[in-house]
Design a protein around this ligand. Structure first.
Ligand SMILES: [Zn+2]
Length: 142
């Protein structure tokens, strides 16, 4: 899956070293995104630290950058995974509520209708799950 923060953080890195302009869009994103502002902060800390320590060479800084960028990517991946689990739990809860209300209707004498609905759910819900998750994810993309 495409990760927009990863792309943003690459642009932040470019802007940080003056290779590209720090655009308003980028500034806004840093201002509003917890992850990317943390990334920006750690870049600043790294720079300050490097200035205080003349013994740190350019290649050392590059190595640190790579480690930091990698750590941020890992954090993103873990969050992504947790979000999918959350979607799954929401889906299970919705299904349980749906089926138990169907059971209640069946008890009240709407058996045949309920049976049809249940067969429909069993057949179509597995097809709908990926759409459900995709829909949730697409809402997060700015
Ligand atoms: Zn971000």
């Amino acid at each position: 899956m495409f990760n927009k923060h990863e792309k943003m953080q690459k642009r932040i890195l470019d802007a940080f070293y003056g290779e590209k302009e720090l655009t308003e869009e980028l500034k806004n994103h840093i201002g509003n995104c917890k992850d990317c502002s943390a990334f920006w902060e750690s870049m600043n800390l790294l720079k300050e630290h490097a200035e205080d320590e003349p013994s740190i060479k350019g290649e050392d800084i590059e190595a640190y950058e790579r480690i930091i960028a990698e750590a941020f990517r890992e954090a993103e991946k873990i969050k992504e995974k947790n979000k999918n689990i959350r979607d799954y739990i929401v889906f299970i809860l919705v299904s349980v509520i749906f089926l138990s209300s169907a059971g209640m209707f069946a008890y009240m004498g709407y058996g045949k209708v309920i049976l049809t609905v249940q067969i429909f759910i069993i057949m179509f819900v597995p097809i709908l799950v990926p759409f459900f998750i995709k829909h949730r994810l697409s809402k997060e993309v700015e």
